[in-house]
Design a protein around this ligand. Sequence first.
Ligand code: NDP
Length: 398
Amino acid sequence: MAKVIIVGAGGVGNVVAHKCAQAPEVFSEIVLASRTVSKCEAIAADIKAKQGRDIRVAAIDADNVESTTAFLLAEKPDLVLNVALPYQDLPLMDACLAAGVDYLDTANYEPPEEAKFEYKWQWAYQDRFKDAGRMALLGSGFDPGVTNVFCAYAQKHLFDEIETIDILDANAGDHGHHFATNFNPEINIREITQNGRYWEEGEWKEIEPMSVHQVYDFPVVGPQDAYLLYHEELESLCQNIKGLKRIRFWMTFSQKYLTHLRVLENVGMTSIEPIDFNGQQIAPIEFLRAVLPDPASLGPRTKGKTCIGCDIVGYKDGQKKRVFIYNTCDHEECYAEVSSQAISYTTGVPAMIGGMMMVTGQWHQDGVWNMEQLDPDPFMDQLNLRGLPWQVIDLPLE
Ligand code: NDP
């Protein structure tokens, strides 16, 4: 029985709070803490209405290490489950160390002033977490998160040697807006306007943003336009999957989405450089975020399905083989269950399961860990039980 503090009351925080509340045998006490406490209260009221369970709420500024540490010392949780923004990762890790609490997140640290996400800042905490006898679990969302666990499962059970991995993320849902991002627009646009990158034969190869494309025939959602992007799980997987020769990440985008994005980019609206506007400094992308639909508002209007998985080629018993390990999720079913679309759902469920792995001791070990470094089996079992069932299919070799 554990006490968890969930930090962040956005789209993902909503799902994590609902899913933790659905597991009272694991999370006996839940506090939802965020910058805007009214958002926490709205989520708490929805959980009460849907499940009859009470959770507590609190206002915190997770950028402030001192006040967050004091909050954690007073609350004494077993785990901080960070689903605020990547900018809060390091301050929250510092506060967890100072207060002696385990830590989990779903996205790696990114400095606010530079669109560059990397694990190096968080991996640098390895000795401090080990010495403190605390655990930090990094990237326990879907991608990163479940995709890392799929790779670990393939390495453990399906292959003797893995040669290539292609991670494919398709959202075939439709929310009816001309343009909206499915999660935090600033984070989403920063991710896809960077150069693409993939890893091959020990080296990173860089490409122009969105310049490499394929039509991939997904199970359930069918053929989709998929674009090669850099994604954070590549950084740890290329180190932790032995014998790997190449790993790439692909995300699907409709032509309509790309056209809007191109225009916004061309007119300078995706820039993170602040400009002077009537004596006020404003980063255009922050302003854009304010005018775009709030991702949390997409839930009731999104229809269709997601399909995210790993297309893996390698050898088993001397035979070359190719598999696709994947999950599909239905936006409307997610909304009916936890008042959220599938993008937040597919992130929030694994965050809850990662927390469960830690507080039940199944994954507990001192230090800072990426998901594929831990035993995939208990996590894979929970995916089937907690709303993200997975399948493995054999594919023909190309
Ligand atoms: P939202 O923008 O919807 O929510 C972020 C929440 O964090 C908001 O409630 C916000 O408060 C709160 N917050 C921001 N700054 C602070 C602060 N200083 N102190 C306290 N709370 C703060 O984002 P999402 O829910 O869509 O995403 C959450 C995280 O999940 C992000 O890090 C994102 O990168 C990650 N993610 C990971 C995925 C994966 O598969 N691994 C996929 C999708 C997202 P306020 O309400 O006041 O703005």
